[in-house]
Design a protein around this ligand. Structure first.
Ligand SMILES: C[S@@+](CC[C@H](N)C(=O)[O-])C[C@H]1O[C@@H](n2cnc3c(N)ncnc32)[C@H](O)[C@@H]1O
Length: 377
């Protein structure tokens, strides 16, 4: 095998997350090298064996000598095709293709096609084993589909080659991350890596089982409180979908502290502010319990938004999905654009004062980082 070929293949083998499959073809035979449970596996009609990464090039060389003339190396970030010419000194022809697939919406308006994603949706139990989908799972699917539609423009802000690191906080059964991973890798062919964090040991174990089954070696599942987790890589997107109560504050704080360029959080239930709503000018509203809890939700999210703006994020607040799919449908989306915004600090403090110094977990986690003391005067 020529040096050119050796360099071309080995330079792409560095990133295991990006590796999909190598297919070698001779006149009437095929051989494969693929990843299974984190191991490189060689397979042809006669043999299936685990091989070390360092031996992949030697294996390909051996097969070329046996007459295999066409090699397709599939990576999530693009394919490499190699044709081996017959002449002794002729150079191999190497071509690269970068997939730029932007799938169209299905007839039902989703970006994920449930038929194409059948294996995945069954593995994560959105589709049950008999092929049916329960109403609550259908609602979950629509939420995730909409969430992914919102993430797409963010991905397009970086080049196709860039590996994207995503941190899913309070991931639970990790529906969101599993489907995102499917869509990013299988459909968009983006090289991506997921950190999924949850305090629930059983759920994390279950996710690891599904990960093995689907061979999603680019995903990590950790039992951890969000605030304690330290990813090994620089994170590009921090997201959380319905992380309970102050777990949403932990997710936002984690994104800020990790200097994540993008943050997307859909808050869930909120309790900590309700009990603090005692002395404020809107008592005519809060004498009714239902209004009080709605005001507490609103105030909590408004305070989160102002803190994000204060630490330099541009924030947009939208309903990411119709309330028929979930009543908790507010998406706080943030993009880091500047070091800080003192006007937003000021508004935050005004709001806090209006509600007799009400405080949220996000403020407490970021207190030192944020240096409130200089601004409280
Ligand atoms: C309502 S579930 C949502 C799960 C998932 N994101 C989804 O949308 O299906 C909230 C999850 O957050 C986890 N959680 C709550 N507090 C947490 C914390 N401080 N750190 C990490 N996970 C937390 C819970 O264990 C639970 O799995």
């Amino acid at each position: 095998m020529t040096n050119i070929l050796r360099i071309a293949i080995s330079s792409r083998l560095n990133d295991k997350d990006d590796f999909k499959k190598i297919t070698l073809t001779s006149e009437n035979k095929k051989a494969y090298i693929y990843l299974k449970n984190d191991n490189f596996v060689f397979q042809n009609n006669d043999e299936e064996a685990v091989i070390e990464e360092v031996d992949i090039i030697n294996k390909i060389e051996e097969l070329i000598q046996k007459g295999f003339k066409s090699i397709i190396c599939e990576f999530y970030s693009g394919d490499m095709r190699i044709e081996i010419p017959s002449g002794k000194n002729a150079k191999p022809k190497i071509t690269y293709s970068k997939p730029l697939i932007m799938p169209e919406e299905t007839d039902s308006g989703t970006i994920i096609d449930p038929d194409e994603a059948n294996e995945l949706l069954k593995a994560i139990e959105i589709i049950s084993s008999d092929g049916s989908t329960k109403a609550d799972m259908m609602r979950k699917f629509i939420q995730i589909d909409n969430f992914i539609k919102i993430i797409l423009p963010l991905l397009n802000k970086s080049s196709q080659d860039k590996k994207i690191f995503i941190l899913d906080c309070g991931s639970g059964k990790s529906y969101l991350s599993f489907v995102m991973n499917y869509f990013l890798r299988e459909k968009l062919r983006r090289n991506c890596h997921f950190f999924c964090i949850d305090t629930n040991v059983e759920l994390i174990e279950k996710c690891r089982g599904i990960q093995k089954q689907l061979n999603y070696n680019n995903m990590e599942f950790h039992v951890s409180a969000i605030k304690d987790f330290q990813p090994k890589e620089r994170v590009d997107i921090v997201c959380s979908l319905h992380a309970c109560d102050t777990a949403t504050d932990e997710a936002i704080a984690k994104g800020v502290l990790l200097e994540s360029p993008f943050l997307l959080v859909v808050p869930c239930c909120q309790h900590e502010v309700t009990n603090q709503l005692t002395d404020h000018p809107l008592k005519a509203i809060t004498r009714h319990g239902v209004y009080k809890s709605k005001l507490a939700d609103l105030l909590t999210d408004a305070m989160r938004t102002l803190i994000l703006e204060a630490v330099g994020y541009k924030v947009s607040v939208t309903e990411y999905v119709s309330p028929i799919y979930t009543p908790k449908n507010i998406l706080i989306q943030a993009e880091k654009i500047q070091a800080k915004n003192s006007m937003a600090f000021k508004q935050y403090l005004e709001l806090k004062n209006m509600f007799s110094g009400v405080s949220i977990e996000l403020e407490r986690i970021l207190h030192n980082f944020f240096d409130f003391s200089n601004l409280e005067s």
